[in-house]
Ligand binder design. Structure first.
Ligand SMILES: [Zn+2]
Length: 164
């Protein structure tokens, strides 16, 4: 199927929360497959293919809530989901796109569940670690050491021995 360049600005996030799925703009079928998912400028871009009519389209997912992130040095920054996806991608290395995507979504869900105006980067880091641990132990350790979430060398050694 040729790429026809159709773009849909999605409300996907809301729809997913309600248990609804992304609809194909051609035939309204809600069974679509994500072909590719990548972070662009201020959005998460997804290439999709309809499993019924095989047409392809693109969705852009943007966060639409006001959330500030409190950094370790005390500075406040607007929440940016790209940074989470980016750091997970870095930790996972060659992990499957689908895995990275799922981890990012789970982390974001946890952040949103807190329903606070401000979240600390260390809290976000902990959420990322919790999810990485479930999916990819190597990535978990890589992320933990890069972000120094495990400060105690004994603790790190213990974690290492669990996956060895
Ligand atoms: Zn379709």
């Amino acid at each position: 199927m040729k790429d026809n360049g159709v773009v849909v600005l999605s409300q996907e996030k809301k729809q997913e929360e309600k248990g609804e799925k992304m609809q194909c703009p051609f035939c309204a079928n809600d069974d679509t497959k994500v072909l590719e998912s990548r972070v662009v400028e201020d959005a998460l871009r997804r290439r999709r293919e309809c499993l019924k009519c095989s047409n392809r389209f693109t969705t852009y997912e943007r966060a639409s809530f006001n959330l500030m992130v409190l950094k370790k040095d005390g500075r406040l920054q607007p929440y940016d989901p790209r940074k989470i996806a980016g750091s997970i991608e870095k930790a996972c290395g060659k992990a499957e796109e689908e895995v990275i995507q799922r981890i990012t979504q789970n982390v974001e869900r946890k952040i949103l569940r807190k329903k606070m105006g401000t979240i600390k980067t260390t809290d976000i880091g902990h959420f990322v670690l919790q999810e990485l641990k479930k999916f990819d132990k190597i990535a978990y350790l890589r992320f933990a050491s890069v972000h120094k979430e495990i400060d105690d060398p004994k603790e790190l050694k213990k974690e290492m021995s669990l996956i060895a």
